[in-house]
Design a binder for this molecule. Structure first.
Ligand code: LLP
Length: 424
C-alpha cells in the first residue's frame, strides 16, 4: 500500500474520490484486459484461439467504455435485449460477433437484431423459434439460430443464479432438443448454426460445466448423424471469481481446461459468454463513511453507497470484501484494522430497509469520513443499480495507467423525474 492509500493502477483512490465524489465505481482497464487475455491464453494453449470467439455477457456491466475496451480486444458480445444491442453497436462492437440470449425476445428486438446482422439467436423455446421464423420472413431474411439446451446439470451455485437444472425457466429441455432442431432445419427462414448452454453463474468447480459439455457434444453428434451439422458450440458463461480471501477461484486456464480438452479434436467453432469473470475483479465501489452509530449489540457504519448501488449483498447475501482506502491516514486513535481499535461493523447504506447492507460483521477501525473500497464490484454492480429512494446512480470512472477517465457522470436529481408528468 502506498503512503496515500489504495491505488488502482497508477491512481490513488483518494484522488478519485476527491475529484468525482462518492459513491463511485472505479474500473481498471489493465484488469479488464488481463481477464480477457487469460481466456485467450487458455484457448491458445489448446490450439483453439483461431476458431473461438469470446462473447462478453453485456449484462455484467454494460457501460459503453467497458464494451469498447472489449470490442477493441476483438471480443464478441452476448446480449439479452434490444437495449444491450444498441449499446454494443454504440460502443463500436461488431454485430456479426453478437449472440442474442434470453427467454423472452420481443418481435421488435428480433427485427432489430436481424437488421443489424447478428451472428446468432440463442433460441430458448419452440414458441420463440416459430416467432423468429415469422419475423425473419416478414423482413425477408433467414435468422441464424442456435438452440439453448438445458442439460439438467447441477452447477452447485446460488439458486437464484443457477440456470441449467430441468426446473429452470431457461433453455429447451434436453430431451426435446433433437426434435426442435429437426423442426428448425425445416423452416425456410431459419438457418441452423449452433448449439448453446449456460448452466449458472459464479461456478467455482469446473466439473458441472464439463459434464454439460459432454451432454452437448453427444447431442451435436446425434444431430450430425441425422444430417444437421452445427457450425458452432457455445458453452455460455459462468466461471466464478474470487470474492472472499478464504475462497479462491480457479484460474481461467484451470477452469476451462476440462471443457477445452473435450473440444480440441473437433471442427466446430467454439464460443463462450463470460460476464463476471471478465469484469468482476476489475472494478470496485468507492464509498465514504457517513455516520458511525454504536448499537447495543452491533455497531453500524452508515456509508454513502447503498443497496441501490450494489444490490448483490441484499439480493443474494453475496460477500464483497470491504477495505479501508487509507491506512496511513488518521484512523481512530492511530489504530490499524488489525489492532484492538478495530470493531465489528455492519456496513450499511442510508436506504430505509433492513436489507440495505453491503457487509455484515466487518472488522475495521473506522472514523466518519473514511473512504472504503467495496471490492469485486465490477460485475452486476452498476448494471443492477437502481434509483430506489430517489438516489442518483453513482459516477463511473476508468483508470488506464496514470489516466483517469470519467465514463459515466453521476446522475443528477432532476434527471430522476424528468420523464414523469403530473395530471392536468
Ligand atoms: N450467458 C447467459 C445466457 C447468461 O444468462 C449469463 C448470466 C451469462 C452468459 C454470463 O454469466 P457469468 O459469466 O457472468 O456468470 N446478477 C447475478 C448474476 C446473474 C447471471 C445471469 N446470467 C449476480 O450478481 O451474481
Amino acid at each position: 500500500m502506498h503512503q496515500d492509500g489504495l491505488h488502482v493502477e497508477g491512481v490513488a483512490l483518494a484522488d478519485v474520490a476527491a475529484r468525482f465524489g462518492t459513491p463511485c465505481y472505479v474500473y481498471s482497464r489493465a484488469a479488464l484486459t488481463a481477464a480477457y487475455a487469460a481466456y485467450r491464453a487458455a484457448l491458445q494453449a489448446h490450439g483453439m484461439a483461431d476458431r473461438s470467439l469470446i462473447c462478453y455477457a453485456v449484462k455484467a456491466n454494460s457501460n459503453l467504455a467497458i464494451l469498447n475496451v472489449f470490442a477493441r480486444l476483438g471480443a464478441g458480445f452476448d446480449i439479452v435485449s434490444g437495449g444491450e444491442l444498441a449499446r454494443v453497436l454504440a460502443a463500436g462492437g461488431a454485430a456479426e460477433k453478437v449472440v442474442f440470449s434470453g427467454v423472452g425476445k420481443s418481435r421488435a428486438e428480433m427485427r432489430a437484431a436481424l437488421e443489424a446482422g447478428i451472428h446468432c439467436f440463442n433460441v430458448e423455446s419452440a414458441s420463440e423459434l416459430g416467432r423468429l421464423s415469422e419475423v425473419a420472413g416478414s423482413v425477408g431474411r433467414r435468422a441464424p439460430v442456435s438452440l439453448r439446451v438445458n442439460p439438467d446439470v447441477d452447477p452447485k451455485t446460488h439458486p437464484y443464479i443457477s440456470t441449467g437444472l430441468k426446473n429452470a425457466k431457461f433453455g429447451v429441455a434436453f430431451d426435446d432438443a433433437f426434435e426442435l432442431y429437426r423442426r428448425a432445419a425445416s423452416l425456410p427462414h431459419i438457418a441452423v448454426k449452433g448449439i448453446d448452454c449456460h448452466i449458472g453463474s459464479q461456478l467455482l468447480d469446473p466439473a458441472p460445466a464439463a459434464e454439460a459439455t459432454d451432454k452437448v457434444l453427444a447431442l451435436v453428434d446425434r444431430l450430425a448423424a441425422a444430417g444437421i451439422r452445427l457450425e458452432h458450440i457455445d458453452l455460455g458463461g459462468g466461471m466464478g471469481i474470487q470474492y472472499r480471501a478464504d475462497e479462491p477461484a480457479p484460474a481461467a486456464s484451470a477452469y476451462l481446461a476440462p471443457m477445452l480438452e473435450k473440444l480440441a479434436a473437433r471442427r466446430e467453432r467454439l464460443m463462450f459468454e463470460p460476464g463476471r469473470s471478465l469484469v468482476g475483479n476489475a472494478g470496485l465501489l468507492l464509498t465514504r463513511v457517513d455516520v458511525l452509530k454504536p448499537g447495543a449489540e452491533k455497531h453500524f457504519a452508515v456509508v454513502d453507497a447503498a443497496m441501490n448501488d450494489l444490490m448483490r449483498p441484499a439480493l443474494y447475501d453475496a460477500w464483497h470484501e470491504i477495505v479501508r482506502v487509507m491506512r496511513s491516514g488518521i484512523p481512530r486513535d492511530g489504530a490499524d484494522d488489525t489492532t484492538d481499535a478495530a470493531m465489528a461493523y455492519e456496513i450499511v447504506g442510508p436506504i430505509c430497509e433492513s436489507g440495505d447492507f453491503l457487509g455484515h460483521d466487518r472488522h475495521l477501525a473506522l472514523n466518519e469520513g473514511d473512504l472504503l473500497a467495496v471490492q469485486s464490484a465490477g460485475a452486476y454492480g452498476m448494471s443492477m443499480a437502481s434509483n430506489y429512494n430517489s438516489r442518483p446512480r453513482a459516477a463511473e470512472v476508468m483508470i488506464d495507467g496514470d489516466a483517469v477517465h470519467l465514463i459515466r457522470r453521476r446522475e443528477e436529481i432532476p434527471q430522476l423525474f424528468a420523464l414523469e408528468s403530473m395530471l392536468p
